[in-house]
Design a protein. Sequence first.
Length: 507
Amino acid sequence: MCLFCIGLSTQTPVEKSSDVINYGDGDRSDISDHSDQNIQNFPDPIRNSNDIDYEDENAEDEDESVEDEDENAEDEDENAEDEDESVEDEDENVEDEDDDNDGNSNDLSINIIDEQQNEANRYFLSMPDQIPFDYFHLCYEIHMPALMKHWMKILSKESKQCIDGYLSNISYPHSFNRYPRTITNFSQWKASEMRVFTLYVCLPSLVQLKNEFPAVIIAHFSLFFIYIRRLRFFDNQRDMESMIYFIEAYLDQYASLYSKCAELLSTHALIHLYEQSLNIGSLSSHSLFSTESYLHHLYKLAHGTVALAQQMAHWHTINRCLQATDNKFSSKLFETKKFLEKNFFNHNVKRQFKEEFKKCFVEYFGVESISSIKFYSRYQDGLIVYHSLSYTNKKKSSSYNVSIMNQSNARTSTTGQIIFFFEYNNGNFAFFKNLILSDIKFSSFIQTNDQVNQWNDYIDYYYYFVHTSSSSFNISLCTNINRKCLLLPFDNKFSLCTEIELELEHD
């Protein structure tokens, strides 16, 4: 009964009417009476189910009519939106026409803004000011090897052997750890070797071959030599004013002597070294030589191929911890002026020059007694150590060739070879052999370059001849020692002398 009631209640009114019609010819009153009796036996809610179904059907019809009205309203809204979009399209077309009309008037303002932005970019992204060129790589790793490749094509085998013999006869200070030996292996030179060759040896070696090497190339290279050597170290910016003319003349003649294909970016970048030297300082003060040297020491702290950085940090920390606590470094390290006490003195040298020293001592001090003198073979001035001919451990070094300021005129100097140092009355002195200056000018051996003024003055300032066969002896205070010199062989009578402006860069 329960199942029957549930099934009956779930049937729709339409299905009920169809069942009544399908009974055929039977009496409808009996059927209706029977159904009425069954319905009377149901509870009230079920008994009223027919009424509920008919009410739901009417409500559904009303909802459908309302939905139809809503759909019609939505269609009207869509039509209105389409009309609005068409109006907006018309407005956009009008705005585009207005923009086209205003474009010409805005071009001028846009150009002004672009020019102002470009000026700002040139200020903030100025390469010579904010990205300095390192002359370590620019000159000694790129430009000089490129020049020497062209020179090797010109030089004969005999000329190359002549230059090799010339290089082997040069004696360098002990602080020069690397220096060129054979020009045929120049492609294997380190930057420090190329630096020594460029700054001191290259120009004199080319002059030795002036009969076999084009004179115009020698004169052209002299412009680059003056430019780099002056920018590398200078005391006053006023000394830099004329350097721009040297590099401009060098670059103007470069393509005609070599080729237009040789004018690389590195060649053009040479002119920017002048600008950055004015802004930052001398090239030696911001080069990568010291950085590369320190990287060489770090490289020794690592072994193998695994965890190299960790090994470097580990052993660097250990080395710092193992350093003696007694070593205290201060600014006085650069101001120290003293004799080195270690006994490496050759007394045979003192006996060899005994008479010359006694004569100079009497002239300088006015005293004949030399019993209270203490002799030394080395003298330290800051970080620079000077040797003497009496130093037994000097080997092939020439740290005794020096430039000494004259006591009467500090602007002039003499070139000499220190024989030994001595201490007298709490004063530090040097006994040296004075090399006589020659009147011959080194610029006379190079083709005159009229394109740049003061060209010959710079050449003769950096190179000058001294007599090797005649000399004199003198005594001077150790504080008058200016810097070390490099004596280059020239012929049997003369040697070519050039001063080493910044020795610490070579150490």
